[in-house]
Design a protein around this ligand. Structure first.
Ligand code: C8R
Length: 248
């Protein structure tokens, strides 16, 4: 019985596809705010939705490639003006709270980032449907799953496109505020263009002491990745949430 169970739609260890995935994509696309159209090339939501679905439907959910997403990314490449990009790692909500009133942009503000934010999706070979029971988990099943590859491809484009000063919000309450295995660590930092300046903010949680700092070993590792690429680095640590958000 266990064997049957694990060979069916339930065999993966991650959350299954979000219910109404297609409908949510369509709605988010239709409601994407007009004033930031310029971040995407195409406003044809039908076409975007179809490109998204055909990237993974009927395919082995552990065999995602960058090429699978090429058509989708080409329809809505993230392009943001210089000095406006905010990256983050383990701090999505805080980064968004910081970015919004300042007119800065996280990947979730671009069309494709907003479509996929907080959703899960995978298909099943030989089936036209999404697997709503389970999808591969990064650690327990496979790294080349469609969710991970999507964020890697999109984050790489986002980081490569950045110019001027790029900011990154890191969690200073963690032992390693910079994690080389995160998407920021393995995809974004190593793909910033030479001459970009990265401004890092180490913000600690309310009620928690700061555990990492600009002179700690994880940030030293980040510095070395950046200096190889001629990316300048500025770092500010020991910030509380309120200090960082400008509320004293
Ligand atoms: N980025 C990556 N992952 C994203 C994402 C995004 O914009 N938006 C969502 N919802 N996700 P983490 P990280 C999901 O470990 O790995 C970009 C994905 O399922 O806290 O360093 C963004 O530009 C993904 O697996 O952060 C940002 O700068 C987790 O959230 C980095 O990459 C990643 O959560 C953040 O990626």
């Amino acid at each position: 019985i266990y064997k049957w169970y694990r060979s069916g739609l339930n065999r993966w260890h991650g959350l299954g596809s979000t219910a109404d995935f297609q409908k949510i994509i369509q709605e988010r696309c239709d409601n994407y705010p007009q004033q930031i159209w310029s971040y995407s090339r195409s406003r044809n939501c039908q076409e975007i939705k179809q490109a998204f679905m055909s990237a993974f439907i009927s395919k082995d959910p552990c065999k995602a490639t960058k090429e699978d997403y090429r058509r989708l990314i080409d329809l809505a490449d993230p392009t943001v003006p210089c000095n406006k990009i905010v990256l983050w790692s383990k701090t999505k909500e805080l980064a968004r709270e910081y970015a919004k009133p300042r007119g800065l942009v996280t990947l979730e503000d671009t069309l494709l980032g907003s479509l996929a934010d907080d959703l899960h999706w995978c298909g099943e070979p030989g089936s036209p449907d999404l697997n709503t029971w389970s999808c591969p988990d990064w650690k327990k099943d496979c790294r080349t799953n469609y969710l991970t590859v999507f964020w890697e491809v999109l984050s790489k484009r986002f980081a490569e496109s950045a110019c001027g000063t790029v900011q990154v919000v890191l969690d200073g309450s963690l032992e390693n505020a910079f994690n080389e295995m995160s998407i920021f660590g393995r995809v974004e930092a190593p793909n910033l263009k030479p001459m970009v300046t990265l401004q890092a903010w180490l913000v600690h949680d309310p009620g928690k002491p700061p555990r990492d700092s600009c002179s700690g070993s994880s940030i030293t590792k980040l510095k070395s990745i950046l200096s190889e690429r001629n990316v300048r680095f500025i770092c500010r640590d020991n910030l509380s949430r309120d200090e960082f958000l400008g509320r004293f």
